[in-house]
Design a protein around this ligand. Structure first.
Ligand code: ZN
Length: 249
């Protein structure tokens, strides 16, 4: 069986809120952290432009993080865009498909991503592969579900004779808790970095900086992000009010 460094991780990094929080989570835990991204014919290229500036700014938040952050690699998976028809990879309308799944669903995308990441992790000797999949507060992609990831982990380890661990630190938390996780990892500088630098919008819109970040404001990804931010901001406001409450009440 291949030897893997249990203090090392490869993070699926797309420059979004979730994967940036996952990257901070990994930098907080592992001595050696590398990142991987995929070009698969997304309808906009904004994620690719943002990944290096975000990595640089994350590393600048903490000298320990800077020392741990290793190389980034982007894998061309254009073939995924060629074989799938989705509102994420072509100019189709967003919204729901007749079967109830989001029109942005790219069948098998996360399975392919994790499999390619596992191949790279195997060769680089990195035991942990980290992804921002979440089934608590999500758009309804079946391959974000915990059972799908666990089944894939079993298949990968059987097929590669390895003991890789597919880590999904956001699986059981909602979007508001994802903001809280960023706060607990890097306090307000990290929250501010995630809010202003990361990109979630399916339409690739940057433009205005809303209180929850950049985006068109009405695609599923923007709606989820805005809702999570509102819940987090409300919680933060009530916690601040609570600290000023006189004791003994
Ligand atoms: Zn949007």
């Amino acid at each position: 069986m291949v030897a893997l460094d249990s203090d090392a991780a490869l993070v699926l990094f797309s420059a979004g809120q979730d994967s940036t929080t996952c990257l901070a989570w990994a930098l907080d835990r592992f001595r050696r952290v590398e990142t991987i991204g995929f070009e698969y014919g997304q309808r906009h290229g904004i994620e690719m432009e943002l990944r290096e500036p975000i990595r640089r700014k994350l590393a600048a938040l903490d000298p320990a993080w800077a020392a741990r952050l290793g190389p980034d690699r982007v894998i061309a998976l254009d073939v995924l865009g060629q074989v799938s028809e989705s509102a994420l990879t072509s100019d189709l309308p967003m919204g729901k498909r007749p079967d109830g799944l989001p029109a942005t669903f790219v069948p098998g995308r996360n399975l392919v991503f994790f499999t390619f990441a596992a191949i790279v992790a195997y060769q680089r000797g990195l035991k942990h592969v980290v992804g921002g999949m979440c089934e608590t507060d999500f758009s309804g992609y079946p391959d974000c579900r915990d059972d799908a990831i666990k089944a894939l982990q079993a298949a990968i380890n059987l097929g590669m004779d390895a003991r890789l661990v597919l880590e999904t630190p956001l699986m059981w938390i909602d979007k508001a808790a994802t903001w809280r996780l960023a706060e607990s990892l890097g306090r307000s500088p990290l929250v501010e970095l995630v809010r202003t630098e990361t990109h979630s919008c399916y339409r690739g819109v940057r433009g205005t900086l809303h209180d929850w970040g950049h985006g068109c404001g009405d695609c599923d990804a923007c709606a989820l992000r805005a809702k999570g931010w509102a819940a987090y901001a409300a919680m933060r406001a009530s916690a601040a009010a609570g600290t000023h409450r006189p004791t003994g009440l």
